[in-house]
Design a protein around this ligand. Structure first.
Ligand code: PMP
Length: 360
């Protein structure tokens, strides 16, 4: 072992050394349909109004550590019950990290598989026990009997359920989720990152269950670059988590920009309406293609299965034709032969379909 290797093994925990870093593909020059971003920006007059707000921001001062004004706006925009409290994060990624950091040593973290990879990645990084809950192969639904039995035997401190789920796009059965919340002695986090694209939510059940927390982000709405997520729940839990939050985690430009953006709800409603319409159109188009099997989605992306062992070739061919989507087949299991495309502007979606037809 070299001196540097000895240093690394002395100062970096083995579970971190064993991890592979979360890789983001270089998207420069591509039609970018890989990261569930909203493809639309703002009309010039709204941008001009925003610049006036930015102009007034006192960037020489620390931001409001509690982001009080923004919290109020987020609570109203998302119809959070008055008695629930919220906590903000630098993206919902940071909130997942914060939740897991607050757990006692040797805690167990559960999430369906496949689901959002950061639940497992951060749990492993922190040396926690991670237990995947395999979804059913035919429809990516929760396997309720197995899930409840696993919860009973392992008593997880925390369970993450993405609703809709990423990367499958479906909404798990809400009665099954309620049974999980009821049976779980730990926290259940309903991750509603894709809330702008569905009418279903657990926010109205926040006051019914004290172990339920609902997490959201402004990323998919169209503000991914600002990095802001929040979690809502019983004040007794939020107040504890708040102690582990870094005091100035939401910078001043994010605070004033999100607050400004959310004062234009009609703009976002119009954009998400177009995207939901495009989602339906894309689903139909994908369904007509030979050897392509799209999964119904309540989010701003569609997972689709290709013919056996064809996903990599199709992904590469799309890339050569200038379209970047996400390849999931390396994750294996239920995602073998799977690719995921984000819903873009109509012209981007058309370019994707055209490229896909030539790739298959
Ligand atoms: N939850 C889910 C289910 C996601 O898919 C993502 C991003 N892809 C996130 C959370 C993280 O979102 P952000 O950190 O941008 O708020």
């Amino acid at each position: 072992m070299s001196e540097q290797e000895a240093l690394i093994s002395a100062v970096i925990r083995p579970e971190i050394r064993a991890l592979t870093a979360y890789k983001v593909a270089d998207a420069a020059g591509y039609i970018k349909l890989d990261a569930m971003e909203n493809p639309y920006t703002w009309p010039e007059e709204i941008k001009a109004e925003w610049l006036k707000i930015i102009h007034k921001a006192e960037i020489n001062r620390y931001p409001d550590p509690e982001a009080k004004s923004l919290c109020q706006v987020l609570k109203e925009y998302n119809q959070i019950p008055a008695q629930s409290e919220i906590l903000l994060g630098n993206g919902s990624d940071e909130i997942i990290q914060l939740l897991l950091m607050a757990l006692p040593a040797n805690s167990t973290v559960m999430a369906p598989e496949p689901s959002f990879v950061m639940y497992k990645q951060i749990a492993q990084c922190l040396g926690l026990n991670y237990q995947g809950l395999p979804l059913l192969a035919d429809n990516f639904e929760l396997d309720l009997a197995v899930t409840l039995a696993t919860i009973k035997s392992q008593q997880p401190e925390i369970i993450f359920l993405a609703y809709p789920n990423n990367p499958t796009g479906n909404l798990f059965d809400s009665d099954a989720i309620e049974q999980i919340i009821q049976q779980s002695k730990g926290l259940v986090i309903i991750d509603e990152a894709y809330a702008p694209f569905t009418d279903f939510s657990f926010i109205n059940r926040l006051t019914k269950y004290t172990n339920l927390l609902v997490m959201r982000t402004v990323s998919k709405l169209g503000l991914a670059g600002l990095r802001l997520g929040f979690i809502a729940g019983d004040s007794s839990i939020i107040n504890q988590l708040n102690k582990a939050r870094l005091p100035y985690n939401i910078n001043i430009l994010t605070q004033c920009s999100v607050e400004f953006a959310l004062s234009h709800p009609d703009m976002f409603d119009q954009q998400t309406e177009i995207l939901c319409h495009e989602r339906a159109r894309m689903f139909l188009q994908l369904s007509t293609l030979k050897e392509i099997e799209p999964c119904p989605s309540a989010a701003n992306f569609i997972l689709f299965r290709t013919a056996k062992n064809k996903a990599t070739d199709i992904f590469n061919s799309l890339k050569e034709q200038g379209v970047l989507i996400k390849i999931l087949s390396p994750q294996k299991g239920l995602l073998s032969d799977c690719l995921r495309v984000t819903i873009g502007k109509p012209e981007e979606n058309n370019a994707f379909i055209k490229a896909l037809k030539s790739a298959i």
